[in-house]
Design a protein around this ligand. Structure first.
Ligand SMILES: [Zn+2]
Length: 308
């Protein structure tokens, strides 16, 4: 009974010891970033000098200098690595998802900085999620997220957003991997393109008998569909996920805008898909943050973070 709590308390003490100086953080991130040894991003040379005064690595061949976070979502941040890693730890260990307000209070950061840190981390999660495709038996359905707009607009983020959800199941019919994405529309062409990008050809797709699904899914998939009625247990896992995702978003993030919704959905899926890592989720997020490319502030503020 005590094991889970005990383990998580150990984990925060271990974390504090392991990452209490800039040097320790840099060394750990270096090992994570280059598990097979250093490789220059310009010329692929594997030999380098460490420039202690600058905390940078210089390639022996082309003299290119890089830091451990160059070219990642943490690139050109004025924040210390210790602060970044605490943000990653706090963010990944709060299952309900941390708000920028909370992170700014705990880490004594300006709100805007905290918001940007979390958006960069969500972007890293989204990049990671987009690397995988679903396969086997996949449940698929669409839904609306966000409050309906009645009469005049009730402020930002109240627009209803069309979200498609896909969930693969294991051989026992239990949920395995989840994907959610806000689409421009739910027309056949869009659904077909979505399936193409996210579900391996030849998989079995289970859905209701929605007309938009029929033609695009018949071409590359084994499509099993039935007319959905309210008492049916069809797609029961999928609908549980959708309802959990809605409470996750509504519970933590108020006034969510259309242009940001995919980052929050990616966060929800990233957490769900790594649920077995429990309190070690922060390691997965560190790896994701090192693997995702640079994302500039303007891109996170202004553009849609839709997957390709
Ligand atoms: Zn080089």
């Amino acid at each position: 009974m005590h094991s889970k709590k005990h383990k998580s308390q150990m984990s925060i003490i271990e974390f504090q010891k392991k990452y209490d100086t800039e040097d320790k953080c840099r060394e750990e991130l270096f090992k994570m970033r280059y598990p097979k040894g250093f490789k220059c991003s310009k010329c692929e040379c594997t030999e380098y000098y460490y420039l202690k005064s600058r905390g940078k690595y210089q390639c022996k061949n082309c003299k290119h200098q890089s830091s451990v976070t160059s070219g990642t979502v943490m690139d050109r941040s004025h924040l210390k690595l210790t602060v970044w890693l605490w943000a990653i730890y706090l963010f990944s260990n709060d299952k309900r998802g941390s708000s920028a307000c909370y992170i700014s209070q705990v880490l004594k950061l300006p709100y805007k900085t905290a918001w940007f840190v979390l958006q960069r981390l969500r972007y890293a999660m989204a990049e990671r999620e987009n690397k995988y495709m679903l396969s086997g038996t996949v449940e698929l359905d669409d839904t609306y997220v966000g409050a309906p707009t009645r009469g005049k607009k009730r402020g930002r983020g109240t627009e209803k957003m069309k979200v498609i959800t896909a969930l693969s199941k294991d051989e026992n019919g239990k949920p395995q991997y989840l994907k959610m994405e806000c689409l421009e529309n739910l027309k056949g062409v869009t659904i077909g393109k979505y399936a193409n990008n996210h579900i391996v050809e030849g998989s079995t797709i289970e859905s209701d008998a929605c007309r938009a699904y029929l033609k695009p899914l018949a071409q590359k998939y084994m499509h099993v569909y039935s007319i959905f009625d309210a008492n049916s247990t069809d797609l029961i896992w999928l609908h549980t996920m959708i309802s959990n995702a809605k409470s996750f978003i509504q519970g933590t993030y108020h006034g969510l805008e259309r242009k940001h919704v995919n980052l929050y959905l990616a966060e929800f899926c990233f957490r769900f898909n790594r649920r077995h890592f429990h309190e070690m989720l922060y390691q997965r997020l560190m790896i994701a943050a090192l693997a995702a490319p640079v994302c500039r502030y303007n891109k996170l503020v202004n553009s849609l973070a839709d997957s390709k």
